[in-house]
Write a protein that binds this ligand. Structure first.
Ligand code: GLY
Length: 312
């Protein structure tokens, strides 16, 4: 082949490969922190219905939010030390839009209020009484979220009233979700009742964009669970997405973000777990303590997978 023809054909091959990469659309997938099969299945079904990752992560969060036996999310969540169930949630889409609520009381599905903040206001975050007022204006119903079980646990806790974050509380904690929709677009969500018996007014990482959730459609997304103070202080999900932007795999990015906490804050008697997914649909997970797991639904099949951890 003459040199010029050779160069022309290799350039064309290179262009075809780049176009192929550009046109690559991964299979839809949804992953969630902890054992959340019903949540990821509900999210998967939603993605199959509407095609959208955003609908999937919202539907996935609804399941633990409405489950009275989940003591770390929504209805049935353990209250703060004054007996109030206060909720934090956030959601982010592939266009970089984001919404969140903090310190919200009496609303079963804070994730949907966060979505309404994103879609119907010029703001990102609403808090406390203002978030509740907005929710009621949007037609959400005010309900009592403190169940008998949670009330009893709080009354027990009050006998000693010791500050004690629990690692892997009931092998469940804050739900974080990431999904790729039918167009390969990314979305993420997070919902929690926060740390059990926290100080009244305490807000964790779950409503913090870049803390509990971050998505960038050029790169992928990340979400967090565990003791929010350390996720907030290192802006974990944003950090993971930026690590992936630098070329790290989702697994490596999660590990490096955990190591950031471990190295900077020597105290390790608490749990933080991260999940990440990139635009190819590759995912990773890592935690400080063992016991963290996550759930994935892909091709309609759901699996719970144990995460690797820094502490063995
Ligand atoms: N990760 C939830 C919280 O700390 O509130």
């Amino acid at each position: 082949m003459r040199r010029r023809t050779f160069l022309q054909s290799t350039t064309l091959l290179g262009l075809a490969a780049t176009n192929q990469q550009k046109n690559f659309v991964p299979e839809p997938v949804i992953i969630a922190t902890w054992k959340n099969e019903k949540g990821t299945k509900a999210g998967w079904d939603k993605i199959m219905q509407t095609g959208k990752a955003l609908d999937g992560v919202e539907a996935g969060a609804w399941v633990p939010e409405a489950d009275p036996n989940e003591t770390t999310v929504g209805y049935g969540g353990y209250p703060d030390r004054d007996g109030h169930v206060t909720l934090d949630a956030c959601i982010m889409d592939h266009l970089g839009n984001a919404g969140s609520v903090t310190f919200l009381e009496g609303i079963m599905h804070p994730i949907s209020v966060a979505r309404a903040v994103m879609e119907k206001t010029p703001h990102v975050m609403l808090s406390g009484a203002g978030a509740l007022q907005f929710a009621l204006e949007q037609g959400f119903k005010k309900e009592n979220l403190l169940t008998e079980k949670s009330k009893k646990a709080w009354e027990e806790w009050k006998k000693v009233a010791k500050y004690e974050p629990k690692v892997n509380i009931e092998r469940h904690d804050t739900i974080g979700l990431l999904a790729l929709g039918k167009a390969g677009e990314i979305a993420g969500a997070c919902s929690t009742s926060g740390m059990a018996f926290k100080m009244h007014g305490r807000v964790g990482d779950s409503p913090i964009i870049g803390g509990a959730v971050y998505c960038d459609d050029e790169v992928g997304g990340a979400c967090a669970t565990g003791l929010g103070e350390f996720v907030m202080k290192t802006l974990g999900s944003f950090l993971i997405v930026e690590f992936m932007r630098q070329g790290k795999s989702p697994q490596q990015a999660c590990e490096d973000a955990i190591m950031r906490i471990v190295k900077r804050y020597k105290y390790q008697e608490f749990q933080v777990g991260y999940l990440a997914i990139n635009k190819k649909g590759e995912y990773g997970a890592y935690a400080i303590q063992k016991g963290f797991n996550f759930t994935i639904t892909k091709h309609g099949v759901t699996q719970v997978i144990e995460s690797a951890s820094y502490m063995s």
